[in-house]
Design a protein around this ligand. Structure first.
Ligand code: GAR
Length: 210
């Protein structure tokens, strides 16, 4: 039986697309967005994926919204919940409910640059290597156990947009890989460290194309 995946997103949905088009042994059983007009939700609908809008503006507080979100997710009985550009902080109760089967992608080499505006901040710090990280979500924002990272060079003439585009190409590579490993039952998450059951594959990506 294939791994049942629920995807949460807030925007464009390019990571959803990358995952949906990678030929993974998974079934995307729902795409849920806190923003009814998210382009990623429209893409899901157009491609026959069950798409659900839950407008956070209609809920009294984070706990109420997250309780409804959790209920909606559970209806689809997922093995894995994938945050793909989901731009809302999740409550501890929500994270506790899905911990161990909740993945996120973040546009930096964590633990550097948690939070927002990662590309601007990387340029402001003058770092020479930047990248992206897929990690399990824990209560500490952008700090959960790391599954895979990809590095990209930072160029002298980069703008936040050119750097973001270079990182995004790698996001589209590592997120499907991480989901595949999860679906194949190859991720061993022990004491805050994630390793692969057989270590023939690498959890660090240094792309030659940049
Ligand atoms: C991606 O760059 C992802 O890493 C980032 O939002 C973008 C979503 O793009 N996520 C975060 O910043 C989470 N803190 P997409 O909608 O095209 O997949």
């Amino acid at each position: 039986m294939s791994c049942r995946v629920v995807v949460l997103l807030s925007g464009r949905g390019s990571n959803l697309r990358a995952i949906a088009e990678a030929g993974l042994p998974v079934e995307i059983v729902a795409v849920i967005s806190n923003r009814p007009l998210a382009a990623g939700l429209a893409w899901a609908r157009e491609h026959g994926l069950p798409a659900v809008a839950l407008d956070s503006a209609e809920f009294a507080d984070r706990e109420a919204f997250d309780a409804k979100l959790a209920e909606e997710i559970e209806r689809h009985q997922p093995d894995l919940v994938v945050l793909a550009g989901y731009m809302r902080i999740l409550s501890p109760a929500f994270i506790g409910r899905f911990e161990g089967r909740l993945l996120n992608i973040h546009p930096s080499l964590l633990p550097a640059f948690p939070g927002l505006k990662t590309h601007e901040r990387a340029l402001a710090e003058g770092v020479k290597i930047h990248g992206c990280t897929v990690h399990f979500v824990t209560a500490r924002l952008d700090h959960g156990p790391i599954v895979i990272q990809a590095a990209v060079p930072v160029r002298a003439d980069d703008t936040p947009d050119t750097l973001a585009a270079r990182v995004l190409r790698q996001e589209h590579r590592i997120y499907p890989q991480a989901v595949r490993w999860f679906a194949e039952g190859r991720l061993v998450n022990k004491c805050g460290q994630v390793n692969l059951k057989d270590d023939s594959a690498s959890q660090s990506v240094f792309p030659t194309e940049n």
